[in-house]
Design a protein around this ligand. Structure first.
Ligand SMILES: [Zn+2]
Length: 495
């Protein structure tokens, strides 16, 4: 017997088997019972949430030999043919495959003929937003005056791309991502019926990774069975997907928090040695810090993590400041983007992690350095505190400022990236320090256009205006990995 994928095997065959989407099922059932079926439906929603399954069930419900019914029998000739995709009156068009020109032309021809086997002719057009303008125009003509026996079910993941002329003639139903608990329950049912021995933690992970798409979760389960056989452990997922496991992510995020360069690089190396790709680790870390961010602002409940995992995330979140989390996320996102085109993805990630740690150290050192030692009992003067805060604020927002400058002027960005904010001087100017031999960058920074871009970016980030000036060879400059050094490591050019 040929192999049937789990997804096909477990595809819902009647309305009650559809997972989630309660309001949609209710609407459709009521419409059938009341004989108030719309001539055109627009099913919107993310992939794998049941749009096509629901469309086929609706076709069955309309054409079942029992007469139009909210509970199609599943056994009559019409139901079986629709299930197997052989029904002549149910025409499925995949607009994504060739953008539907021929099919829609054909549709306009054949829509005039009455159904042969059932009461209705049902057109299911998948990914309808992909149709060409020409095909849309042809479809519109038919939608304007549909014969009484024709039902259109248009499905799309991107409703905003469906022309309003089409959408306005349809009854729109929005399919939501399926809830974690519902996906998990269905997976559990499948596992039991298929005689699988699957670890609870693995089941959680398969449900989570589907991100609300039943199809993705079931396909992953299928892959896992091919890979691991009938006994599936959590680690099988890790090996299969090459993802970083929870423990490693918690260790890595803690080492970043502790600003421990060596530990961070070692953990990364261990992860890569264990067979994970650098880009997967970056992705997992981003996801992990996103969880931390949610926990920090008190929204961890919406993440649908296991109770144990959520608790750990919340504990970690308490040790970071919100700004630190945001800075790490920005740095990691940038690294992920850079890694996409770079031949040495691993190195990009390593350098980015070190830079993240450096930036945090820098901000910390600056705060300590600028706080002058005071005789016991004396309060610092208001002016010192004020300047102290100011520079600290700029340091904290430094990655954000750089990012904003990059958008405004790439040249100003390169110069600023090489510099370091040192102090607010007597004249209230922000002093940017450059290493010896980097006068070129200082000069470029001081060109009017670049200076303006920089000052604007600072104002946007910290809400205050500062004039900037550059100095070269200041002894306070922290040695760090520069773009030049990175270029040398990569044997590449800066683009
Ligand atoms: Zn039937």
């Amino acid at each position: 017997m040929s192999y049937i994928s789990l997804y096909r095997k477990w595809r819902p065959q009647n309305f009650d088997e559809i997972i989630g989407q309660k309001h949609i099922i209710q609407t459709l059932k009521n419409a059938i019972k009341a004989n108030r079926i719309s001539h055109a439906y627009l099913f919107c929603g993310p992939r794998g949430t049941g749009k096509t399954s629901c469309a086929r069930i609706l076709a069955k419900a309309l054409n079942c030999a029992d007469g139009s019914t909210a509970s199609p029998c599943g056994n009559c000739g019409n139901c079986k043919k629709i299930r197997d995709g052989h029904a002549v009156d149910v025409i499925e068009i995949d607009a994504a495959s060739n953008r539907g020109i021929d099919e829609i032309r054909d549709l306009r021809e054949k829509v005039r003929y009455t159904p042969i086997e059932g009461k209705y002719k049902v057109y299911i057009i998948d990914e309808v937003h992909m149709l060409t303008q020409e095909a849309f125009n042809a479809l519109l003509k038919t939608l304007e005056e549909p014969p009484a026996y024709v039902i259109f079910i248009l499905a799309t993941t991107e409703p905003q791309k469906v022309p309003i002329t089409i959408a306005s003639r349809c009854q729109r139903l929005d399919f939501a991502r399926i809830k974690f608990a519902e996906v998990k329950e269905q997976l559990k049912k499948i596992a039991e019926n298929e005689g699988l021995d699957i670890e609870e933690k693995a089941l959680d992970e398969v449900a989570r990774l589907g991100e609300g798409s039943m199809r993705d979760s079931i396909s992953l389960l299928d892959q896992l069975i091919s890979f691991a056989g009938n006994k599936v452990a959590f680690n099988d997922i890790m090996t299969l997907l090459g993802s970083a496991d929870e423990e490693m992510l918690f260790s890595l995020s803690s080492s970043i928090l502790e600003k421990d360069d060596a530990k961070t690089l070692n953990l990364l190396r261990e992860g890569i040695d264990a067979g994970r790709s650098a880009s997967q680790i970056a992705k997992d870390l981003i996801n992990h810090f996103r969880n931390i961010l949610f926990a920090k602002v008190g929204a961890a409940d919406s993440l649908e993590l296991t109770i144990e995992h959520q608790k750990k995330v919340e504990e970690l979140a308490a040790k970071f400041t919100l700004n630190e989390i945001k800075t790490v996320l920005r740095g990691l996102s940038q690294a992920e983007m850079d890694m996409k085109w770079h031949p040495h993805a691993r190195l990009v990630l390593e350098v980015s992690l070190l830079e993240l740690i450096d930036n945090q150290k820098m901000a910390e050192q600056q705060e300590t350095r600028l706080r002058p030692a005071l005789p016991a009992g004396r309060q610092p003067s208001l002016r010192v505190v004020e300047i102290d805060n100011r520079i600290a604020k700029i340091k904290k927002h430094w990655p954000e400022i750089l990012e904003s400058i990059k958008q405004k002027s790439p040249f100003a960005f390169i110069s600023m990236h090489e510099g370091e904010p040192l102090e607010i001087n007597d004249k209230g100017k922000l002093v940017i320090g450059y290493k010896k031999g980097y006068a070129f960058h200082k000069d470029r920074l001081e060109e009017k256009k670049n200076k303006e871009a920089v000052e604007q970016a600072i104002k946007e980030a910290v809400g205050e205006s500062f004039l900037v000036e550059g100095v070269v060879g200041d002894e306070r400059i922290t040695p760090r990995m520069s773009v030049e050094a990175v270029k040398e490591i990569f044997e590449g050019e800066l683009i």
